[in-house]
Design a protein around this ligand. Structure first.
Ligand SMILES: *Cc1c(COP(=O)(O)O)cnc(C)c1O
Length: 420
């Protein structure tokens, strides 16, 4: 699979330039910003009328990523004070919403003073705290109630946030109480409902049925409100999966949008539907590039020991998959004549769990060659335990049409001058 994966020329050029500037063997992330903008643009263009696309920045909240997506999407979804700071620093200000469990009073206060569009409330206790903060600021705050709906088992994906016991949202059985609590809060207005039920959904048909199940219940949810006419928005969350093992077989987003459009057109009073997508927006633009430090065979298994590891790219370990690996040999001719064999690709950590991929059939690999792990733009570096074993943090290079820049916060970790 991986050998058929084509890395764009401008990324190869950026990798080569970066490597020249590195004194030590390299481990770095490269982000293809034009590809990121194109993915956002294509996803937005496919939306049916009355449907919006927000970017859930927890997938990748580097400034260059937010700056690239912000002009393309309708807004941003945030879940912490730190994310508020990042969204507010964006060069193109966009509407933003605040969700997530365990919101701090300080963050809710900060959000209101900085102009949050809406809160997604996750519990009855949060309704009380939010009311007090809105009253202290003398404003009326729009909110959506996040629902944990009951879901048939056949609509489930690998990672569930709803339809089962979770800290997220309010059980559908308690929804009437939650709606009443918001309606009784003089400084809160109920404007809609929010459901983010799962992630890693790779089946378009199943996701269609999931969205249909929300739309079926929408009139009932809405009827619980004292002012149903003000309840107009249904946020259906994110959760579109990336096929990491078959990079060319990806979720049929246009198909989902078409089906959703038909479903909404057939409804009497359809809600304004909003997606808040993380992974499927930012995954495709990223590459994690590591250098082979050592090759060895242990008990018959071949290991490529590489610079970096799961402390920089925890994604494959977190998902339990063998990430695709593309081999960039230093000497292509020599590699073509070398042995082809399966390799286990590991990093520098002193733990057997530091595995990026197993069973990678590669030809003529030698120390000093580079390995490229694609699809690394979402939940890659930012979910990793970068300080484990005190290795330096990887560089992050943001490639814009052949001209790249590095993240300001990682510049200090460079041992060579940033590539220009
Ligand atoms: C993480 C998250 C998202 C984005 O999920 P993806 O799987 O990255 O699309 C959207 N909404 C909420 C509430 C989330 O927690």
């Amino acid at each position: 699979m991986a050998e058929h994966f084509r890395i764009p020329e401008h990324i190869l050029d950026a990798i080569a330039a970066h490597r020249q500037a590195c004194r030590d063997p390299m481990a770095a992330f490269f982000y293809d910003l034009p590809v990121l903008a194109a993915q956002g643009g294509a996803m937005k263009a496919a939306l049916p009328p009355g449907v919006e696309l927000y970017y859930a920045i927890k997938a990748n909240s580097e400034a260059a990523i937010i700056d690239t997506l912000a002009p393309v999407v309708d807004g941003l979804e945030l879940s912490s004070g730190g994310e508020i700071a990042r969204a507010c620093a964006c060069s193109t200000p966009r509407p933003w919403v605040l969700s997530g469990p365990g919101k701090l009073d300080a963050d809710m206060h900060e959000a209101m003073t900085r102009g949050v569009e809406a809160f997604h409330v996750e519990s009855l206790g949060e309704v009380t705290r939010l009311q007090a903060i809105a009253a202290s600021l003398d404003l009326v705050q729009p909110v959506l109630v996040r629902i944990n709906p009951s879901l048939p088992a056949d609509l489930s994906s690998r990672l569930r946030m709803a339809g089962t016991a979770t800290p997220f949202g309010i059980d559908e059985a308690q929804l009437a109480d939650a709606v009443r609590a918001v309606d009784d809060a003089p400084n809160l207005t109920l404007v809609g409902f929010h459901v983010h039920a799962m992630s890693h959904q790779t089946c378009g048909q199943r996701h269609q049925r999931l969205l249909s199940s929300y739309l079926e219940r929408w009139p009932r949810w809405r009827a619980l409100a004292r002012h149903p006419e003000q309840v107009i928005q249904l946020n259906v969350g994110g959760g579109i999966g990336v096929n990491y093992l078959r990079p060319y077989e990806q979720f049929d987003w246009p198909g989902l949008c078409q089906a959703l459009g038909r479903r909404l057109a057939a409804m009497h009073e359809p809600p304004l539907v909003r997606f808040e997508i993380g992974r499927f927006l930012s995954a495709f633009c990223g590459y994690y590039v590591i250098e082979v430090l050592d090759t060895k065979v242990s008990h018959g298994e071949g290991f490529l020991v590489c610079r970096g590891g799961t402390h920089q790219f925890r994604l494959p370990a977190a998902q339990g998959h063998n990430h695709p690996v593309i081999h960039l040999p230093r000497a292509p001719q020599r590699a073509r004549e070398g042995e082809c064999r399966p390799w286990t690709v590991v990093g520098q950590l002193c733990t057997p769990k530091d595995v990026l991929s197993r069973q990678q059939q590669l030809q003529g690999v030698a120390v000093g060659d580079l390995l490229v792990l694609p699809l690394a733009g979402a939940y890659g570096y930012n979910i990793s335990h970068a300080d484990f074993l005190c290795h330096p943090r990887p560089d992050q290079v943001f490639v814009r049409d052949g001209r790249e820049g590095s993240a300001p916060e990682t510049r200090s970790h460079r041992r060579a001058e940033p590539v220009r």
